[in-house]
Design a protein around this ligand. Structure first.
Ligand SMILES: C[S@@+](CC[C@H](N)C(=O)[O-])C[C@H]1O[C@@H](n2cnc3c(N)ncnc32)[C@H](O)[C@@H]1O
Length: 298
C-alpha cells in the first residue's frame, strides 16, 4: 500500500528544486495514477486568479495534505509573506514540509500539526506576531490587501457585491431594520451587521490580527465550527477572503447558511467537478458537480 512519502521520489524526478510550477505539475500527474486529495489543477487555477488579484501578505490554510494548495498559495506571497498551514495527519504534514521546501517556498510557510480546532489559537498568535513585525504602512491588514484587487473578475465581483450589501444594510437600518429579510429565520440585516461588528470589535480587543486569505479544505463538518473559531480569534476581519472547497459535494453542513446569516460576507460559488473520484468507496457518487465558495468579509 502506498504511503504519503512515496510521492517524494516522483516529484524529485519530475521537477527541479525551486521550480514550484513543475512541482505542481508533478503532483497533478501523480493524481492521474494514484488517489490524491489535492484541490487539483482546475479549482487551483480559479483560486490562483483570486490570489493574484488579492495579493495576500498573510494567509491561513486548514487541511494541507501533501502541500499542493500550500505551494499554489505560497508562491503568490512575496518574500515577506506568511502562510500558516494546519494539518491533522503527521505523515501528511511531514511530506508537505518536504514538498513545500523542494518547491522553494518553504521560508514563507509554517505548518502546525493537529486539528484546526486545536491549533487555531497558536496560528492566531503566530499571525499576530507576523503582523506586528510588518513595517509600518506595509501589510497593514486584510482590508488593505483586498483593496489592492482591481481588474480581477471574481474579487472585483465580490467587492461590488459587498458594496450592494452595505447599501442594503444601510437602507434596512434607515427603515428601522424591519426591511432586511435575508431568509427564513435570519435576523434583520441591522441586527446581523451589529452582531458581526460586535464580534469583530471583541476579536480586535483580544489582539487578533486578520489574515488576508483563509482556505478551508479539511473535514467538511469542521468548516463551520472552525470558521466560527477563526472569527472569534480575530483571524477573519474586514477584507479577509475565505475560500472553502467542496461546499456542494460532499458539502459542508451549515457553512453557506452561516455566511448568509452573518450578512457581512459577499460570496460566490466557483463551479467545477469534484477534484477526485473514489471508485473504491461504495458511498461515493462518481463525477459529481462541486464548487469552491469564495467569500469577501466586509
Ligand atoms: C482534501 S485534503 C487537503 C488538500 C489540500 N488542501 C490540497 O489542496 O493539496 C484534507 C486534509 O485535511 C486534513 N484534515 C482533516 N481533518 C482535519 C482537521 N480537523 N484539522 C486539520 N486537518 C484536517 C487531512 O488529514 C487531509 O490531509
Amino acid at each position: 500500500m502506498l504511503q504519503p512519502s512515496d510521492i517524494l521520489p516522483w516529484v524529485r524526478a519530475k521537477a527541479a528544486p525551486g521550480d514550484a510550477a513543475a512541482v505542481l505539475s508533478a503532483l497533478d500527474e501523480w493524481a492521474t495514477h494514484y488517489p490524491m486529495y489535492a484541490i487539483g489543477a482546475e479549482k487551483g487555477a480559479m483560486l490562483d486568479q483570486v490570489l493574484s488579484d488579492l495579493r495576500p501578505q498573510v494567509a491561513l490554510e486548514i487541511g494541507t495534505f501533501l502541500g499542493y494548495s500550500a505551494v499554489r498559495t505560497a508562491r503568490q506571497l512575496d518574500q515577506g509573506g506568511l502562510l500558516v498551514c494546519i494539518e491533522a495527519n503527521p505523515q501528511n504534514a511531514a511530506v508537505a514540509r518536504q514538498i513545500i521546501d523542494y518547491a522553494g517556498v518553504g521560508a514563507r510557510v509554517t505548518i502546525l500539526e493537529g486539528l484546526g480546532s486545536e491549533k487555531l489559537p497558536e496560528a492566531a498568535r503566530i499571525i499576530a506576531a507576523a503582523r506586528q513585525r510588518a513595517r509600518p504602512g506595509e501589510g497593514g491588514g486584510a482590508s488593505g490587501a483586498a483593496a489592492a484587487g482591481s481588474g480581477g473578475g471574481v474579487l472585483a465581483g465580490l467587492q461590488a457585491q459587498a458594496v450592494e450589501q452595505q447599501a442594503e444594510a444601510a437602507a434596512a437600518a434607515a427603515a428601522g431594520g424591519a426591511a432586511g429579510e435575508g431568509g427564513a429565520g435570519a435576523p434583520p440585516l441591522e441586527g446581523r451587521a451589529a452582531a458581526a461588528a460586535g464580534a469583530t470589535a471583541r476579536a480586535a480587543a483580544a489582539g487578533g490580527a486578520p489574515v488576508d486569505y483563509l482556505f478551508l479544505d479539511h473535514c467538511k463538518p469542521c468548516y463551520l465550527p472552525d470558521l466560527l473559531a477563526a472569527e472569534a480569534l480575530g483571524l477573519v476581519g474586514h477584507g479577509t477572503v475565505v475560500a472553502a472547497d467542496n461546499v456542494v459535494y460532499p458539502g459542508a453542513p451549515g457553512y453557506l447558511e452561516h455566511l448568509e446569516g452573518v450578512g457581512r460576507y459577499a460570496t460566490t460559488l466557483l463551479a467545477a467537478p469534484h477534484e477526485v473520484d473514489k471508485p473504491w468507496d461504495p458511498n461515493w457518487e462518481m463525477g459529481r458537480a462541486d464548487a469552491v465558495a469564495v467569500s469577501l468579509r466586509w
